[in-house]
Design a protein around this ligand. Structure first.
Ligand code: CUA
Length: 385
């Protein structure tokens, strides 16, 4: 077990490896940790060598007690100053980097909200030169322009979470009522995974996230698609029945932008009235993402995911934007989720456990949907591109 854990350090294909930075912020941290590793490694080797030499040389062979260094001012002063000098040398780049990483200059701001157990991202203004006319709200997958400094403004709606995409920067806590900033910048288009790194309840391990970096042109396409108007299902189609089911069952917590009731009034999620701890992911463009429910379950098949994750930077954007519908759709997992979400992701949905504290539900409860309703919802959600 211990050996197995140690060997994971040698893994080649490790998407969350801090030793393989893919952007300037992560690279800056990596440079520093390598410097510290070499300095402390050298000190460690010297200390071990001296201990070993002393053990061998002064092994008890019945000889007199060797001469003691206690009370030797020269030696004691030298041994006090030397570590202080080493620490001072190491402090210069460390403190410099702390300030450097805290810089806030950016070409894009994204608000990031952690909640049990997923991340919400909302965009407005101008991002990497692309104007965002209607605010975009999405979940799990943070889509950013490549080679562009992006400033995240991170907070939480419930407990403390921690945002971490190891290849792009260090961690930053998401604390309710506070705003913490973190800069992300990816050198090249690609997908960079991460996960919540602050224990935040039952499904902490299932609170994952990814940053998807796209070229400027592809990012523009993504923004256009996210800003596109609501597409009504064909009258009389299965998807139209799905829309009805969505309004009556799902819309209490989940928002779909521009969705109207039969009388023309907007359907607005009312998360505060219902079971969840704040809100549920906006599903307006669910099918533009590759995973759902805290970025834990794939919306695309294993084969398509392999292809996407291993795509060369030049091919990545096209695959991400165009290759994910149709044959790539992983219907089985979404179907299983709709059938019984808590069976796939523990979320305190047993009401008897909440009764003593009057606590609220967390996450998505089992809605006891019929297979017909599930068929309708899948047909409807498939059109949310
Ligand atoms: Cu959120 Cu751990």
């Amino acid at each position: 077990m211990l050996l197995g854990t140690l060997l994971t350090g040698c893994a080649k294909n490790a998407p969350q490896d801090t030793f393989q930075p893919a952007g300037p912020n992560a690279r800056s941290i990596d440079d520093l940790q390598r410097l510290l590793f070499y300095v402390s490694g050298a000190v460690g080797l010297i200390v071990f060598a001296v201990i070993l030499a002393a053990v061998i040389k002064f092994k008890d062979r019945g000889q007199d007690i060797p001469e003691q260094s206690h009370g030797n001012p020269k030696l004691e002063i030298a041994l006090t100053i030397l570590p202080a000098v080493i620490l001072a040398i190491v402090a210069v780049p460390t403190v410099t980097k702390v300030f450097e990483l805290d810089k806030k200059d950016n070409q894009c701001v994204v608000n990031v909200t952690g909640q049990q157990w997923w991340w919400e991202y909302d965009y407005s203004g101008v991002c990497g030169g692309v104007e965002i006319k209607t605010p975009i709200v999405t979940a799990g997958e943070l889509v950013i322009p490549a080679d562009t400094p992006v400033l995240l403004r991170i907070t939480s709606r419930d407990v403390i979470h921690s945002f971490w995409i190891p290849k792009l920067n260090g961690k930053r806590d998401a604390v309710p009522g506070r705003l913490h900033t973190l800069r992300l910048q990816a050198d090249e288009p690609g997908l960079y995974t991460g996960q919540c790194t602050e224990f935040c309840g039952l499904s902490h391990a299932r609170m994952r996230q990814a940053a998807v970096a796209l070229s400027k042109e592809d990012f523009q396409t993504w923004v256009d698609r996210q800003s596109a108007e609501y597409v009504k299902p064909e009258p009389g189609s299965l998807a139209e029945k799905g829309q009805e089911t969505f309004i009556s069952v799902c819309s209490k917590c989940h928002q779909i932008n521009d969705l109207n009731n039969a009388d023309g009034t907007p359907v607005l999620a009312q998360p505060d009235l219902y079971e969840v701890s704040g809100a549920a992911p906006n599903l307006s463009h669910l099918m533009s993402r590759t995973a759902f429910a805290g970025w834990t379950f794939d919306l695309i098949t294993d084969a398509c995911r392999e292809k996407l994750w291993n795509a060369a930077p030049a091919d990545f954007g096209k695959l991400y934007l165009d290759g994910l519908g149709g044959d790539c759709f992983n219907e089985a997992t979404l179907r299983a989720w709709l059938r019984n979400p808590p069976a796939m992701k523990p979320m305190y949905v047993d009401p008897t456990k909440l009764a003593p504290t009057g606590g609220r539900y967390r996450g998505m409860p089992n809605l006891n949907l019929t297979e017909d309703q599930i068929n309708q919802l899948i047909a409807y959600l498939l059109e949310r591109k």
